[in-house]
Design a protein around this ligand. Structure first.
Ligand SMILES: [Zn+2]
Length: 241
């Protein structure tokens, strides 16, 4: 599906009348206008004629940076290929003899490339990024309502473990530790469940008509806040155990 879109994009890029310049497909939507150095058109990340790195078009998000459609189910192989191709293209080694401006441009573009890749490669940070593009603030960590009682229980178990450690009673320590370890296993299962639901929402968002997307994003944002709450809880328990 994604490949299909990617190639659509290539098709539409090559349909634009281009007489004197080759189109660099990957970056075809990241810059606008003519090359700032030699005036060749169309410009991309780098001018196809003179190779100068071009300023990014305003509002270029990380998806557009890679020439990918804004979707949550990304073709990760495509993303990786694009990343390596652009890494080579912007690598500061190629600009060692270039002007200071060009060297700076290559360093800046490399660093944006790395940020963009790190963000999109991981499904959770990709979803968080999409939410921020869609105007969501980073969701506060919130306990899932069905977990509140368990959290209360867990805090008591943590207190018990601390008390047992203090008193030096090995049996009590073992007992408290093993009940926390059971709880940990349960929490990890909950995290996998959340990840499965998250991926289902990815498909839903990708497929939904624009007017129906908000509801999916609301649910995604809530799931992500539960996810980070549980992850923190897991981290806290691990520290005690
Ligand atoms: Zn040029």
């Amino acid at each position: 599906m994604l490949n299909h879109h990617f190639f659509d994009r290539i098709a539409s890029a090559t349909r634009t009348p281009v007489s004197d310049c080759m189109t660099d497909v990957i970056g075809s939507e990241t810059t606008s206008g003519a090359c700032t150095a030699c005036g060749a058109k169309p410009a991309s990340h780098a001018c196809p004629q003179c190779g100068r790195i071009q300023p990014l078009a305003e509002g270029t998000d990380y998806f557009a940076f890679f020439g990918l459609p804004r979707r949550l189910r990304l073709d990760e192989t495509e993303l990786e290929k694009s990343f390596y191709a652009l890494s080579r293209q912007f690598h500061p080694d190629y600009f060692m003899n270039a002007s200071e401006d060009e060297r700076r441009a290559s360093t800046e573009r490399s660093s944006t490339l790395n940020d963009a890749y790190r963000t999109l490669r991981d499904p959770v940070s990709r979803a968080q990024y999409l939410l921020s593009l869609e105007g969501y603030k980073e969701a506060e960590k919130k306990a899932p309502p069905e977990l509140l009682e368990e959290v209360f229980e867990l805090n008591m178990q943590i207190d018990e473990l601390r008390a047992a450690k203090k008193s030096g009673d090995e049996d009590d320590v073992d007992a408290a530790r093993s009940s926390l370890e059971d709880a940990l296993a349960g929490l990890k299962e909950k995290l996998s469940g959340i990840d499965r639901r998250l991926h289902a929402l990815f498909d839903e968002w990708d497929a939904a008509p624009v007017e129906a997307r908000r509801a999916t994003l609301d649910r995604m944002s809530e799931l992500l806040s539960h996810r980070s709450y549980i992850r923190n809880l897991v981290r806290d328990i691990k520290e005690e155990v």
